[in-house]
Design a protein around this ligand. Structure first.
Ligand code: 3PG
Length: 306
């Protein structure tokens, strides 16, 4: 089978060679399609692909329609909001993710971002410490749990909310369970966001939640930019000069935020949470193994469009 590795943001060379090894050992051919500039190039590149490995690359209905031989798409990573699941399902294409494989990299970045903002973006102005302070984790999944464990090890108090977990499950994961989102925001010096972008979550974090945070609080977003109501965030930062926002997913209004709020806001130039050699290898090799298993035995454990 022809497997296309389509990554606008390429994997580390070690991950690519590992992917190649797994696929070739299983009798498949790996074709690299990296650093492309236009979506139209992806549409053209998928023409004869039977399997596709992607990262945040956009697998739209147009891509699915152009990929007439496509049987499987594996999103090497967690979030699959970049794949048109409905179009894939209609076309009989199986879509999978590789949950957990890049979580540690994202969790480490969330912790780093928190300290970076407490230390005023590493400028000499007097900062604050995180020890003894409280972090609220919004969604206690693979990344959220790791952020919680790391925060605890740094001497923080950890609270968490997750609509898909019981209070007992959250407590077993080492966090104090919170059931009301506003209570989480109101009771935490930091909130670290780990929710996916879904119709229910898009634009769900805005003025009301952000302004309910205590004095000097920092909102950390390593999830998706779409979950933030950007106008609400701007208004909140305007009214509350003590609040800060740091994100690995650049808001559309970042230029305005930077101009208005200076060191109180920071966004990475390109999403880098999962961009470590380790995460690239973990997620990339998992994707290759899942494709090999799918073609060998029909294994669909991580299918997300059931
Ligand atoms: C994910 O959903 O796994 C992360 O957002 C990583 O995305 P990336 O592969 O584009 O870095």
């Amino acid at each position: 089978m022809k497997v296309l590795l389509a990554t606008q943001k390429p994997f580390a060379a070690k991950a690519v060679s590992g992917i190649r090894e797994i696929l070739e050992a299983a009798g498949h051919e790996l074709v690299l399609f990296e650093k492309y500039a236009e979506q139209s190039e992806l549409v053209a590149a998928v023409a004869d692909a039977e399997a596709l490995i992607i990262r945040s690359d956009k697998v739209t209905a147009e891509v699915i329609a152009a990929a007439t031989k496509l049987k499987i798409v594996v999103r090497a990573g967690a979030g699959y909001d970049n794949v048109d699941l409905e179009a894939a399902t209609k076309a009989g294409v199986v879509v999978m993710n590789t949950p957990g494989q890049n979580s540690n990299a994202v969790a480490e970045l969330a912790i780093a971002m928190m300290i970076f903002m407490c230390r005023n973006q590493f400028t000499p102005a007097t900062g604050t410490e995180i020890e003894g302070r409280t972090i609220g984790i919004q969604a206690f999944g693979n990344v959220g749990r790791l952020v919680g464990a790391k925060a605890k090890a740094l001497g923080m108090n950890v609270k968490a909310i997750d609509p898909f977990l019981t209070a007992e499950q959250i407590a077993a994961g080492g966090a104090e369970p919170v059931t009301d989102l506003k209570e989480l925001y109101a009771g935490c010096d930091f909130v670290s966001v780990h929710i996916p972008a879904t119709p229910q979550t898009i634009g769900s974090i805005g003025y009301e939640l952000i302004t309910s945070m205590p004095k000097g609080a920092v909102l950390v977003n390593t999830a998706r930019k779409e979950v933030i109501d950007e106008a609400g965030l701007e208004k909140a930062l305007e009214e509350r000069p003590d609040l800060k926002y740091v994100t690995d997913v650049m808001p559309d209004n970042y230029a305005v935020l930077q101009e208005k709020f200076g060191l109180r806001v920071f966004a990475t130039p390109k999403k880098m949470g999962a961009q470590t050699a380790e995460a690239n290898v973990n997620a990339g090799l998992a994707a290759a193994r899942q494709i090999a298993a799918f073609f060998a035995t029909g294994e669909r454990k991580f299918q997300v469009n059931k």
